[in-house]
Design a protein around this ligand. Structure first.
Ligand SMILES: [Zn+2]
Length: 223
């Protein structure tokens, strides 16, 4: 890859990353500068910078690090949740990672150790979504807790904090966050009626869905 081609690829990836970050704010998954987004570009990881509102990010603000966390591009500091993003890239084939403080998902993270199987869409995240044990934001401890919760999954909750999902692309990582937030909202809604408790799916019912999804060759349903 020539330097010019590489710079073009990084420029395009940065544009896509900023668009996805803005979408998390526009669609109410984050408020202000909370949450962060990253994407793999070549051997590097592009990440949103710390403390800059997404609508103010320009092409010149691109921030990139290598997989060891060394900053190789940009003047702004990378997100404080960099350890969390890098752990995903080091341990999976993720192409993109989205972290938010979406309100329903974060509420559920304070109530249960695993999101109840309220809907078969849990299969699109690899199974029942776990809640990673609480640790201080931005720490290696939080990244390690998250990695345990992500085993065989493409998303998890962080206790009293928020969501993490990953995917092959920014769109897929974003869609998984939106699905996870929707599923948490669904459970909270169903569980809120006094005197009623929602029916839940069994593990075997979920496995049946997983097998059906795999039969279509893509672990991502549209229905
Ligand atoms: Zn956070």
């Amino acid at each position: 890859m020539t330097d010019e081609v590489r710079q073009d690829a990084i420029g395009r990836a940065w544009e896509d990353l900023v668009a996805t970050a803005r979408r998390t704010a526009a669609e109410g998954l984050v408020v202000g500068t909370s949450g962060n987004v990253s994407v793999r570009a070549g051997g590097l990881v592009l990440v949103t910078p710390s403390g800059v509102p997404y609508d103010r990010l320009t092409p010149e603000d691109a921030v990139a690090v290598d997989l060891d966390g060394n900053q190789v591009l940009g003047d702004l500091a990378p997100t404080s949740e960099l350890p969390l993003h890098l752990q995903v890239y080091r341990n999976t084939h993720a192409g993109a990672v989205v972290h938010t403080h979406a309100v329903h998902a974060t509420a559920v993270s304070t109530l249960v150790p695993e999101v109840p199987l309220i809907h078969y869409m849990a299969a699109a995240l690899g199974g029942p979504v776990r809640v990673a044990a609480y640790a201080l934001y931005g720490t290696d401890e939080l990244a390690a807790n998250m990695l345990r919760a992500l085993r065989d999954r493409t998303g998890c909750l962080l206790q009293n904090h928020g969501t993490v999902t990953y995917g092959d692309s920014l769109d897929q990582a974003y869609d998984r966050t939106a699905q996870l937030e929707w599923m948490c909202r669904l459970w909270l809604t169903a569980a809120a009626l006094p005197g009623y408790s929602p029916s839940l799916l069994s593990r075997s019912q979920l496995r049946e869905v997983e097998e059906k999804l795999q039969g279509y060759g893509r672990p991502r349903p549209s229905t």
